[in-house]
Write a protein that binds this ligand. Structure first.
Ligand code: HEM
Length: 459
């Protein structure tokens, strides 16, 4: 035991009492977000959630100092949480950067990092603009017909098309493609498994498990065929698969095998599609409720773009657009929690954390902590003006995680979302269907419960 652990004064982390047989599982499992919000109010910046006979030690943290310790300063003492890892690997059919650890993760991250550098991202801007222009065309139709539609379905179609095309040159959002439907099945299966504590394991022959396995088979076969075809006819490809196929470990010269490439593509699509889609959905809804902010955003777009189509070089100039997105993701972080497991004893907020403890970094709670965010529930992009941002602790905002495992797709995501707002906001105003309640719901990402039925108004 380290000195720091010996000197820890407290061992009893506050939290609800354990109960036989499942502790608070039956209240926690159907809506872990609402449970954690309530418990944060009651117990503060660190608390324990008991699960009865399951004997899982789950500790929730929201304090920036604790988060910095787990994600950065003492990150080698924490791994990804084992249940989370198991579920992701089952759903994705194998390991990827998202779940790999230690000695295997580091060289993989080094190998992939260059593919996310600005110079490469530059090449994706056209695809992002092109996909958003297709959305704008569809929306012209919705607006003319005053037709109601589901906002999330549209942003999801957009980011899925972008992910598929930039990753391996296939439009996964095409409903006519078997592949698009298969991918949809995989995402739904993840939500089902993650929100049903008693869902039977994948090998049980239930209808859900069978449908999932078929979706997984279709998806993997398509990706492996693309890889095989490219191995047969190697030519310079500028999508991410192309870059990953050429990437070589700087020390060993080793390249990725087909199975590793498959895992990586599956991981990237999964990590990058629904996250950006939900962030855009929340941002458009928040803008519709704040006309003065929407107006200010429109003014920036008009000054920077002067009516032309946005391009890569504009991204850096669209500063208010970025602030709007940062603020939308503060309020509704797509990754509303981040899971870790203690590999050794540690101390957080003065409490002893025994080896094996599952840690939930409750990003949603941190992002609304009134110690760092005045009027935390108010949508106010000015919080992200440089002087305001520099006065807060770094880890009071963990939208993209932090430390060595910070999101590799951060710049990719910001760019696709900035370009999307730049094309949508000058043309349309989003109007939520009157009386529809909006409530965040935790799944893989934070989604609006019951969706967001909207109509459009032309600007
Ligand atoms: C708004 C959009 C996005 C959000 C909010 C987001 C959030 C996050 C967060 C919080 C993590 C850290 C998870 C942890 O520490 O356990 C992460 C990791 C990751 N993200 Fe993102 N992400 C977004 C978009 C993307 C995109 C577009 C891609 C890929 C094209 C991507 C690929 C990844 C990968 C591969 C990891 C694992 C990195 C590693 O562990 O080395 N993400 N993301």
């Amino acid at each position: 035991m380290t000195n720091i652990v010996k000197n820890a004064v407290r061992t009893q982390i506050p939290g609800p009492a354990n109960r036989f047989p499942f502790g608070v599982l039956l209240e926690y499992s159907p809506n872990s977000l609402a449970f954690a919000v309530k418990a944060t109010r009651e117990y503060g910046r660190i608390f324990k959630i008991p699960f009865g006979v399951f004997n899982v030690n789950l500790v929730v943290i929201t304090d920036p100092e604790d988060i910095q310790r787990v994600l950065q300063d003492n990150n080698q003492a924490y791994s990804k949480q084992s249940n989370f890892k198991m579920l992701i690997n089952q759903v994705l059919g194998g390991e990827s950067l998202v779940t790999l650890e230690g000695n295997i993760w580091l060289p993989r991250r080094r190998l992939e990092q260059p593919a996310f550098h600005r110079e490469y991202l530059n090449g994706f801007a056209n695809t992002m603009v092109d996909a958003t222009q297709k959305l704008v065309e569809r929306w012209e139709g919705f607006a003319s017909r005053r037709e109601q539609f589901e906002l999330g379905a549209e942003t999801s179609k957009l980011t899925l098309e972008i992910a598929g095309r930039t990753l391996f040159g296939v439009d996964l959002s095409d409903p006519n493609l078997e592949l698009g439907r298969a991918y949809d099945g995989i995402v739904k299966y993840y939500s089902y498994r993650s929100s049903n504590a008693f869902a039977p394991p994948p090998n049980f022959p239930t209808a859900q498990n069978r449908a999932f396995k078929e979706s997984r088979r279709i998806m993997d076969q398509a990706v492996l065929e693309t890889i095989a075809q490219r191995r047969r006819q190697p030519k310079m490809q500028t999508d991410l698969l192309g870059m990953l196929m050429q990437a070589r470990d700087a020390e060993t010269g080793v390249t990725l095998s087909d199975t590793e490439l498959l895992g990586e593509l599956n991981g990237m699509i999964f990590a990058g599609h629904e996250t950006s889609s939900n962030a855009l959905t929340w941002a458009l809804w928040l803008l519709s409720n704040h006309p003065e902010i929407e107006q200010k955003l429109r003014a920036e777009l008009s000054t920077v773009l002067e009516g032309r189509t946005p391009e890569f070089a504009d991204i850096q100039k669209l500063t208010y657009t970025k602030m709007v997105l940062d603020e939308a993701m503060r309020l509704y972080p797509p990754a509303w929690s981040i899971a870790r497991q203690a590999l050794e004893d540690d101390v957080l907020s003065g409490y002893h954390i025994p080896k094996g403890t599952s840690i939930m970094i409750f990003a949603y709670g941190t992002h609304r902590d009134p110690r760092y965010w005045t009027e935390p529930d108010r949508f106010n992009p000015d919080r992200f003006l440089p002087e305001a941002a520099s006065s807060r602790p770094k880890y009071s905002l963990v939208t993209f995680g932090g430390g060595p495992r910070q999101c590799i797709g951060l710049q990719f995501a910001m760019m696709e979302m900035q370009l999307a707002l730049a094309l949508i906001v000058p043309r349309f105003r989003v109007r939520l269907e009157a009386g529809h309640p909006v409530q965040p719901m935790p799944a893989f990402t934070l989604q609006p419960k019951g969706g967001m039925p909207i109509r459009l108004e032309r600007v």
